[in-house]
Design a protein around this ligand. Structure first.
Ligand SMILES: NC(=O)c1ccc[n+]([C@@H]2O[C@H](COP(=O)([O-])OP(=O)(O)OC[C@H]3O[C@@H](n4cnc5c(N)ncnc54)[C@H](O)[C@@H]3O)[C@@H](O)[C@H]2O)c1
Length: 388
């Protein structure tokens, strides 16, 4: 099959920049796709970070230290940007204004004002496809839950719980990095860092929190600064958000949590939905399994736990009997982004789109209200004005 090659530039060659390079290098894993990304240029303020790409990605012809040079490069038609949150606004604005498609990392701006500036630029450049990274909904178990929600299986929803839990910051000897500083990560702390992952599906389902009561905690107060001293950790480690969801025909509680310090959890993303007719759960802690409980009045209440087959949004060479993992979810997310660039939202090979800028904006509305709830100790209405 002749493939449409999409020529990418990568801005930010750290942890996530390399994940994209690895997904692009493994494109032959996908079957039946008529598009393929090719990373032709990279940019990192630190030339050492870009060197990994030059050593490992043969298609990379140019490495820049100033992203404006990458944006001026006519060979680059789309950009993946994975830089600290304080840089999202200025760099995303320049990417969009340069007319390049953008898969940007969450949270899409360090705060609500930055996010609104990004949204405004997107509105002024409707020909540019802009999406936010959020890979976990591409796990087959999560896709199964999406299908059940779309089929309206749950009946009246009783309660929803979704979260993303890490324990990488439990170790107090771990040196400080940009994610622990307000200037680079933002006042949202763990919410900005992990929150869109948790909100992507609820917002896609139309479950907007009308109000929130937030409990935000700082657990490790200082960390080694790498120069023999200690530096204060300024950002929230953990967040529990009790939300009150109101849809056109339902109202139910939704508990969202993002935790940097959750002992025993490495990268646990989960969603649990309880309904009067059907309940379901998926967690990346047991990535093969998806659980469901159909219920008819007076009937028995039995959980069915099945090993979800490797049935991804985009077909792969992997047999259904094998396991799906994190790097597979990244590959699927990239396939959805490239598909949307080439075929448009209506022509995609499968219907699940990457996180929309409006969904990222929704997360900012919730986190802004959550910060106020933490300050006041009260329940705060979420402002959805102007966001549909
Ligand atoms: N989707 C996910 O699962 C996931 C996971 C981790 C991080 N992230 C997100 O990815 C983004 C980056 O996080 P990371 O963990 O890759 O960080 P990182 O620190 O590993 O990498 C960031 C890179 O950006 C570079 N950089 C800094 N300023 C720059 C500039 N002006 N121009 C070009 N490059 C510059 C740094 O030198 C560094 O190499 C953040 O938005 C973060 O929230 C997403």
């Amino acid at each position: 099959m002749a493939k449409r090659i999409i020529r990418f530039g990568v801005i930010g060659c750290g942890l996530m920049g390399k994940e994209f390079a690895s997904a692009a290098a493994r494109w032959c894993h996908l079957t039946g796709v008529d598009f393929e990304p090719r990373i032709v240029a990279v940019c990192d303020a630190n030339p050492e970070a870009a060197r990994w790409f030059q050593d490992n990605v043969p298609s990379v012809l140019k490495a820049y230290t100033d992203y404006r040079e990458l944006l001026a490069d006519p060979d680059v038609e789309a950009v993946y940007c994975a830089v600290p949150h304080n840089l999202h606004e200025s760099i995303y604005l320049d990417i969009i204004r340069a007319g390049k498609h953008l898969l940007g990392e969450k949270p899409f701006g360090i705060d609500r004002a930055a996010n609104e500036a990004i949204l405004e630029a997107i509105r002024s450049h409707p020909g540019v496809v802009v999406r936010s990274s959020s890979e976990f909904p591409f796990y087959p178990g999560a896709q199964q839950i999406v299908q059940w929600v779309n089929e309206g299986r749950f009946g009246r929803i009783i309660e929803v719980e979704a979260g993303f839990w890490h324990s990488s910051d439990l170790d107090p000897t771990k040196p400080i990095n940009w994610k622990r500083r307000i200037a680079t990560n933002g006042e949202y702390g763990c919410m900005g860092d992990l929150g869109l992952h948790v909100l992507h599906l609820p917002l896609r389902f139309g479950w907007k929190p009308a109000s929130v009561r937030a409990l935000l905690t700082k657990i490790v107060e200082q960390r080694p600064d790498g120069r023999g001293g200690m530096a204060p950790c300024e950002t929230w480690d953990n967040a529990i958000l009790a939300c009150d969801v109101k849809t056109e025909d339902q109202a139910f509680p939704m508990l969202l949590s993002t935790k940097r310090i959750a002992p025993g959890h490495a990268n646990t993303w989960f969603i649990r939905i309880q309904g009067t007719a059907f309940s379901a759960e998926f967690t990346t802690k047991n990535p093969k399994q998806v659980a469901s409980l159909p219920y008819t009045p007076g009937g028995s209440q039995a959980w069915h736990v099945v090993d979800a087959p490797y049935r991804s949004a985009y077909g792969t060479i992997t047999g259904g009997i094998f396991e799906f993992g994190f790097s597979d979810s990244i590959l699927q997310m990239w396939a959805a982004f490239c598909d949307e660039i080439v075929h448009g939202a209506e022509g995609m090979a499968q219907p699940f789109r990457n996180a929309l800028p409006e969904e990222a904006a929704g997360s900012h509305r919730l986190f802004t209200a959550a910060l106020e709830s933490q300050r006041t100790g009260g329940t705060v209405a979420v402002d959805w004005e102007g966001l549909h």
